[in-house]
Design a protein around this ligand. Structure first.
Ligand SMILES: CC(C)(COP(=O)(O)OP(=O)(O)OC[C@H]1O[C@@H](n2cnc3c(N)ncnc32)[C@H](O)[C@@H]1OP(=O)(O)O)[C@@H](O)C(=O)NCCC(=O)NCCSC(=O)C[C@H](O)C(=O)O
Ligand SMILES: [Mg+2]
Length: 281
């Protein structure tokens, strides 16, 4: 899972047939059919059936996942049961609050599925490390910033000031356990500059990609979470410098006027692998 691209993860309501059709044609890395907050209670059964049908029919360019309802709701277990008869590759679980909840999900997941646990409440923030450490099918953590802002009681703020500690903590917990870290959504569909700034901020904090709500947001996330030309050039220089016989037996060398160590070589190799995936190279 970590060798795949996660730059852009687009949610769409599983109850929206037109959006499902459209998602088959989009350039996001992952499309997630939502059964949770984007679906009204009276539409849950219909949306579940539509999600199962979409997984069976396939035809998606992006990888396909489904966000189930919480297992503490009347719908969650039914969602998992219906999906267990499919080959769905990814389950997104909302409002995960404990390691025990991840273990419960691991035990009930379709055999084919990886798991993304959403971090959306103060309880989850206080238990990040234990949630991230469960293992099994757990492939990543994803912030739910709408629920997080609501449950923390934070106000709207430029630059997501009140959430910054939690951005950093979520990335740290994920990376400690080799998981993917995905940033939360940006609600203002028309605000392209705001989206670009928030994608750049997420990248700076170490996220691997961003969750999205509208097709118009995909290009910005794909661009922000792909290595830039300057980063690729720098990575290639580091790889070349360490491949040179003069670097044999050395842990630290000079590249482009700066010290680089073998940890930078490993980072450069990972970045170039992501670049090759993003460019199909
Ligand atoms: C937000 C929307 C309700 C806006 O809908 P609308 O105004 O109808 O969109 P447009 O008219 O601009 O749509 C243009 C075309 O694009 C298609 N479309 C729109 N959104 C999507 C989508 N998400 N995926 C695929 N296709 C989409 C439309 O069908 C139009 O197509 P065409 O007919 O060809 O012109 C809507 O965008 C939407 O529903 N977005 C997703 C909402 C969602 O899933 N929310 C749940 C996750 S967000 C969240 O809560 C995260 C977390 O839990 C937290 O707490 O933060
Ligand atoms: Mg949420």
């Amino acid at each position: 899972m970590t060798t795949q691209l996660w730059r852009s993860l687009l949610y769409l309501p599983a109850s929206n047939a037109r959006a499902i059709e459209k998602a088959r044609t989009l350039d996001c890395d992952v499309a997630v059919l939502d059964l949770e907050d984007a679906v009204a209670p009276e539409m849950k059964a219909e949306a579940r059936a539509a999600a199962v049908e979409a997984v069976h029919s396939g035809g998606f360019g992006p990888r396909l996942g489904v966000r189930i309802n919480g297992l503490d709701t009347e719908w969650g277990a039914k969602d998992l049961k219906a999906l267990s008869e499919t080959n769905v590759g990814l389950i997104v679980a909302p409002k995960v609050e404990s390691a025990e909840a991840v273990r419960e999900l691991n035990a009930a997941l379709p055999a084919s599925a990886a798991l993304i646990a959403m971090i959306e409440t103060p309880a989850a923030l206080m238990r990040l490390e234990s949630i991230a450490g469960v293992g099994g099918a757990l492939a990543g953590l994803m912030l739910g910033v709408n629920d997080l802002a609501a449950t923390l009681g934070t106000g709207p703020a430029a630059d997501r000031e009140p959430l910054k500690p939690w951005l950093a903590a979520t990335v740290a917990a994920a990376k400690m356990h080799g998981l993917i870290a995905l940033d939360g959504v940006f609600n203002r569909i028309e605000d392209g500059d705001g989206l670009a700034a928030e994608c750049a901020q997420g990248r700076l904090y170490g996220f691997d990609g961003k969750s999205l709500i509208h097709p118009s947001q995909i290009a910005a996330a794909n661009a922000a979470f792909a290595p830039s030309p300057a980063e690729v050039e720098q990575a290639e220089a580091i790889v070349a410098a360490f491949a040179d016989p003069t670097a044999d037996g050395k842990g630290a060398i000079r590249v482009g006027g700066a010290m680089v160590e073998r940890l930078h070589l490993a980072s450069a190799e990972r970045l170039l692998a992501r670049h090759r995936m993003a460019t199909g190279g």
